[in-house]
Design a protein around this ligand. Structure first.
Ligand code: ADP
Ligand code: NI
Length: 233
């Protein structure tokens, strides 16, 4: 089989595994991450595109969040799929290493990627967590877990261990502070950094608007005499 044929087969194989998550971790998330990875790889020279594509399509094949915390399940499934197509063992090993290290594990936990291929896919995965799609995915996950959107006064936690992050049951808005707003400064590649800055700005203005609406600050205008008036509605 050619590389293109193997990637097509993998795209099809993962369908039965990714349906168990929420709509933010569905087949289309893999599609977007694979697309974005390819775009980043075009700007960052020297990446093995076969490894990048395989890792992007397989990276969430069994996310621990939807598999009782089992982190190794994804590696077993990914290896099984790739072995069906006689993919070289060093490629399977590399893809599995990327899947294992890709996830965000808490504000205080470093998640270093050692290879360019891993850095590219990790950037693409994180870019899909910010911007307009990032906002949507975060609320979809909150709904899936039946979490409150926002509780004024409830503080965000900057988790210092993977275990604390995994146990966290905070609000959707707190997730912005616990993860999403931190991603811009954790990009591996220059291309990723540039895209992240734009998507970070989207997060920031969304959050400002959300919190302003929450307190009705968006409907009042301060005039020069410092009195507040309802703006024209
Ligand atoms: P990673 O891609 O680093 O493994 P996850 O799979 O944990 O990240 O999360 C992907 C997306 O799912 C997040 O960016 C967010 O949109 C949503 N999500 C994950 N955990 C939470 C949470 N505790 N609260 C709200 N949304 C979450
Ligand atoms: Ni992902």
């Amino acid at each position: 089989m050619t590389h293109v044929e193997i990637i097509k087969a993998v795209q099809n194989d993962i369908k039965e595994y990714v349906q168990q998550g929420d709509a933010g971790h569905d087949w289309w998330h893999m599609y977007r991450v694979a697309n974005l990875s390819e775009k980043i790889a075009q700007h960052e020279q020297g990446a093995d595109l076969f490894v990048v594509q395989l890792a992007a399509w397989l990276h969430d094949v069994a996310d621990w969040k939807f598999h009782d915390g089992d982190e190794d399940k994804a590696l077993v499934i990914a290896s099984q799929i790739l072995n069906k197509y006689d993919v070289a063992q060093n490629v399977i090993h590399h893809v599995c290493m990327i899947i294992k290290d890709i996830s965000f594990k808490g504000a205080g936990v470093a998640t270093r990627m050692t290879t360019l291929e891993g850095q590219i896919v990790q950037d693409a995965d994180r870019l899909d967590a910010i911007g307009a799609i990032g906002v949507a995915r975060t609320f979809v996950y909150g709904g899936f877990k039946n979490r409150p959107m926002h509780i004024p006064g409830q503080k965000a936690e900057l988790h210092q261990s993977k275990e604390a992050y995994k146990k966290s049951e905070g609000t959707v808005i707190n997730h912005f502070y616990e993860k999403l707003l931190l991603l811009k400064d954790r990009m591996n590649t220059q291309t990723g950094q540039k895209i992240a800055q734009k998507r970070h700005n989207v997060l920031q203005s969304y959050l400002n608007q959300f919190l302003a609406e929450w307190d009705c600050v968006d409907i009042v205008e301060k005039t020069s005499d410092k009195k507040e008036h309802l703006s024209e509605i």
